[in-house]
Design a binder for this molecule. Structure first.
Ligand code: MN
Length: 206
């Protein structure tokens, strides 16, 4: 049986300057190397603490620990999805989805334009720090737009994520200051629809 592991910071799937002019090299570096790395470090610190408690035969504060663990792990999972869900503009990033994903979005939202509008509204109306995300529910065969608070609140258990947009201030402030809406609008030029479609295909194939 494989041994237990800790989390690892995944490398970005493109160069730090690859998402310019929509996300600057400086911002991408800071976001990936400091913020995302911080959640990986935070999650691992808790797992290590739990491993140590087991070895020492001691207990720990389960309420605080598991709440914190959910936040840190959620941060890692969502950031990983966020990076993979983008590609350089015009080179895999932007445009519209094709195939089954396009069909599902049009079935659910009426048109791609309406989906885009609702998703942007979701991102722009996150209170404080959070995310807009797209998930798929196999039971109903429907895509769901999600508004996640922090990294872990309003998650639908068992729904599979296809796409995530970070709207924490750290995700846009260095480039866009307080204008979150401009960042959200810019992000559409980077969306990697091929990756989101691939994730949906894998869910439907199971
Ligand atoms: Mn972030």
């Amino acid at each position: 049986m494989e041994q237990t592991k800790l989390y690892e910071l995944p490398p970005l799937p493109y160069a730090y300057d690859a998402l310019e002019p929509y996300i600057s090299e400086e911002l991408l570096k800071l976001h990936h190397d400091k913020h995302h790395a911080g959640y990986v470090k935070g999650a691992n610190a808790i797992l290590t603490k739990m491993d140590k408690a087991r070895a020492d035969g001691t207990e720990f504060d389960t309420k605080a620990t598991f709440k914190e663990l959910s936040f840190q792990v959620g941060g890692n999972v969502l950031h990983t999805l966020f990076w993979k869900g983008m590609a350089p503009a015009g080179k895999g990033g932007g445009g519209e989805p094709t195939g089954i994903l396009a069909t599902k979005l049009i079935e659910e939202y009426g048109s791609f334009a309406r989906f885009k509008k609702l998703f942007s509204m979701t991102a722009n109306s996150v209170e404080g720090s959070g995310w807009a995300a797209l998930a798929f529910c196999k039971k109903t065969n429907r895509p769901f737009i999600m508004q996640v608070e922090k990294h872990n609140v309003n998650i639908y258990p068992n729904f599979r994520l296809l796409l995530a947009l970070d709207v924490w201030e750290h995700a846009y402030y260095p480039d866009y200051k307080n204008e979150r809406g401009k960042f959200v609008e810019a992000w559409w030029n980077l969306v990697n629809w091929k990756e989101a479609s691939h994730l949906l295909d894998m869910i439907l194939a199971k």
